[in-house]
Design a protein around this ligand. Structure first.
Ligand SMILES: NC(=O)c1ccc[n+]([C@@H]2O[C@H](COP(=O)([O-])OP(=O)(O)OC[C@H]3O[C@@H](n4cnc5c(N)ncnc54)[C@H](OP(=O)(O)O)[C@@H]3O)[C@@H](O)[C@H]2O)c1
Length: 301
């Protein structure tokens, strides 16, 4: 495959997008941002920003003329709409498409049966059809959970560091891969630099494999005087509650979180921990115990 030089990014204004944008610019790719609506001073003036209609193949094809690769970081709610962007990429002659997914979704076929995840599979199947027709190539980046989310307060966090509370899933030993947003950005730039080795496959990166008990032990070592309030819940029960909610038409964030946590924290069932990775190929360094202690210390402060 000829070298990838120009990259369009969709969803650059979100949570992950700015990290991907920075990594692509740092890696000296020629970058174009596709957005639903331009906002003043949102991006550096040196970056080409184009307003597009994500429901129109024509609008997207025009914006993708001369682009070698598309990186999509669109919101979870927009994952299914990516088929239009893929169709436009194929028409425009884009060589590589990296879809918005970024987790442990299409890494594991068991997740296809779960309603919340099915859209990511539809997108991956659509990409494979285009690849089979020789129209483009794809790479899915599986990065586990975003590290920042696992340490955030509220529903996404693995422990409640503020109130020293832990709801352990099963026994608290279920393993989960995780990667920081900045590293996900750099890994994407590396995928595009290593386009042949990453062609038409899921690549996995994992900066660290965590368990809730591991973090609890670090917290107790750093602050032995603190008392933690610990409760337990079965991951399968949390997942069932989430699925029941979805079946009843409840698409609220708490219900979605139950599905995400009920699968991501279910141990080996859904392949949440990557023992084999593409870290070396993509230059991803694993966190040390000291790195983890520093993160936990900051959260306990
Ligand atoms: N592994 C994890 O722990 C984890 C955690 C969170 C998210 N994720 C995944 O990471 C990806 C990015 O998530 P994020 O949180 O960064 O997204 P986000 O901040 O919610 O949204 C990213 C951007 O998507 C665009 N967008 C929103 N709705 C859209 C629509 N209907 N059609 C087209 N574009 C739309 C917007 O950009 P414009 O306004 O500029 O168009 C928005 O700024 C998703 O696939 C998500 O599932 C993974």
């Amino acid at each position: 495959m000829s070298e990838i030089k120009s990259v369009a990014i969709a969803g650059a204004s979100g949570t992950l997008g700015p990290h991907v944008l920075k990594a692509l610019i740092d890696a000296k790719f020629q970058v174009k941002i596709l957005t639903r609506s331009k906002k003043p001073r949102q991006f550096d003036t040196s970056v080409d920003v184009v307003e597009v209609d994500f429901t129109s193949v024509e609008s997207l094809t025009a914006a993708l003329k001369g682009i070698d690769a598309v990186v999509s970081t669109v919101a979870g709610a927009a994952i299914k709409t990516q088929t239009v962007l893929i169709d436009a990429a194929a028409v425009a002659g884009v060589k590589r498409f990296i879809p918005s997914e970024y987790g442990s979704v299409t890494t594991n076929p068991k997740l296809e049966a779960i309603p919340f995840y099915d859209n990511a599979f539809k997108v991956k199947h659509h990409l494979q059809e285009k690849a089979d027709a020789g129209q483009l190539t794809w790479t899915v980046l599986a990065c586990g959970a975003f590290l920042e989310f696992l340490f955030a307060p509220g529903a996404a966090g693995l422990l409640d560091f503020t109130d020293r509370k832990a709801t352990l899933f099963d026994a608290g030993d279920n393993r989960l891969s995780s990667t920081s947003l900045a590293t996900v950005g750099k890994a994407i730039a590396e995928i595009l630099k290593n386009s042949e080795a990453t062609k038409n496959r899921v690549v996995k990166v994992s900066e660290v494999i965590l368990t809730q008990n591991q973090l609890l032990r670090i917290a107790e070592k750093l602050r032995p005087e603190d008392k933690w309030e610990i409760s337990k819940v079965a991951a399968s029960v949390v997942l069932k509650e989430g699925l029941d909610g979805l079946n009843a038409g409840d698409f609220s964030l708490p219900v979605i979180f139950k599905i995400i946590k009920g699968t991501a924290l279910a141990g080996e069932i859904y392949g949440s921990a990557y023992d084999e990775t593409d870290n070396e190929l993509l230059g991803v360094k694993e966190l040390t115990e000291e790195d983890l202690e520093n993160i936990v210390a900051e959260k306990l402060a």
